[in-house]
Design a protein around this ligand. Structure first.
Ligand code: GAF
Length: 383
């Protein structure tokens, strides 16, 4: 892959890149729609990666090229890089350049060539991987030694303010900070992190990702709508964020929200119970009781389906079919409205469960899902 990125760079720009930087996609084990509520998440990085081959330019121009998008390089003057200046895939790396410069960091022009193995629209953070790979490339080229958390925040700013998507910090943090063989337990309020060993194979277990191939898009307003409902709930309760509702006080909080719209109450219930599910998952992993995590995943799915209402028929079909075929637990993962699910199961059942899901999709007249093992992989790095 790194060689492909180098070769592509040479073909497009007729010169050698100064380096190649990589940033992975992620899959979230548990903790969904909690990050913009200052809550807890538990993502792991995937082997699927964005590579950015890049070199400096001294004429104040940014050129961006993707090996996956037909056509030549997208080019713009650095002074013209501002929100609204470019759409499509190039908005993400342009936004990162903008965010670095807005932060007063001394970055100049660059040629960038992108290659990616992260499926797009699959809820596996292809956008965050693109942002973080670009950010790492630009900051390394210009000698800025940015801590991964700072890089993640700048990439989130690019996505929020340049692309216009009000996402939380989970995906950028996962791409920037995950480590091989671990799941990242992250407090999204202050970015406190813990790398939790996650070697399912040694316990005879496996985590599968099932990409339904129903393309999700978070830019269509539904994600922003859920976020607004959560913020309305926190405002009505007079607290900074829903993270501040302790699980034990949920019934009282819901009582105080009696006059609020039903969707606000449901969103509050999801977020508070989901934070609790993350805590329980951590406790079980620490106690070596990994099989018991299955039930929590399934409860998380029910909450996302019934309270938060971000699932879809295909995601429900994966979960129901996997459970019926003997999985320990399953849930949709990522923003929802399509994308992927995760399934926790005994290694020995992997084939049976995959086949059951694939044939359920065929019977329902859906596209064949992509099923693969979630191997906890490295975060962003220079190659
Ligand atoms: C998307 C967002 F980008 C994340 O910030 C997070 O909110 C997630 O949906 C839901 O947990 O991936």
């Amino acid at each position: 892959m790194s060689q492909d990125a180098r070769r592509g760079f040479r073909e497009v720009y007729g010169a050698e890149p100064e380096g190649v930087w990589a940033a992975p996609g992620r899959v979230n084990l548990i903790g969904e729609h909690t990050d913009y509520n200052d809550g807890f998440v538990m993502p792991l990085a995937l082997p699927h990666t964005v590579h950015a081959a890049a070199a400096r330019r001294d004429d104040g121009v940014l050129r961006l090229h993707s090996g996956d998008v037909p056509g030549g390089a997208f080019q713009l003057a650095l002074d013209a890089v501002e929100p609204g200046a470019g759409g499509g895939w190039a908005a993400y790396p342009s936004g990162v350049m903008w965010a670095l410069r807005e932060a007063g960091l001394p970055v100049g022009g660059a040629d960038v060539h992108i290659t990616s193995t992260v499926p797009t629209g699959a809820g596996l953070s292809s956008s965050a991987a693109l942002e973080v790979a670009t950010g790492l490339a630009l900051s390394s080229l210009y000698g800025l030694e940015l801590a991964p958390e700072r890089l993640a925040r700048l990439c989130q700013r690019a996505e929020n303010e340049f692309v216009g998507m009000p996402s939380g910090i989970m995906d950028q943090m996962a791409s920037a900070c995950c480590t091989e063989g671990h799941v990242l337990h992250l407090d999204t309020r202050d970015l406190t992190q813990r790398q939790v060993p996650f070697d399912l194979r040694s316990e005879g277990l496996l985590l599968l990702v099932v990409d339904t191939r129903v393309k999700h898009t978070l830019a269509d307003g539904a994600y922003a709508g859920r976020r607004r409902a959560c913020e309305a709930g926190a405002r009505a309760l007079g607290i900074p964020a829903l993270r501040d509702v302790p699980y034990e006080e949920l019934p009282a909080a819901l009582g105080r929200l009696a006059g609020e719209p039903e969707d606000v109450r449901r969103c509050v219930r999801h977020v508070v119970t989901e934070n609790r599910r993350v805590e329980r998952t951590i406790a079980l992993l620490d106690a070596g009781d990994t099989r018991a995590v299955g039930e929590i995943l399934t409860a998380g799915h029910a909450s996302l389906r019934d309270d938060f209402r971000v699932s879809c028929e295909e995601l429900d079909l994966v979960v129901d079919t996997a459970l019926a075929a003997g999985a320990l637990g399953a849930r949709m993962t990522g923003g929802g409205f399509g994308g992927s699910a995760v399934v926790l199961l005994e290694e020995t059942l992997a084939q049976k469960v995959s086949e059951a899901v694939t044939s359920a999709f065929a019977d329902a007249g859906r596209l064949e899902p992509h099923v693969f093992e979630a191997v906890p992989s490295a975060g962003a790095r220079a190659l």
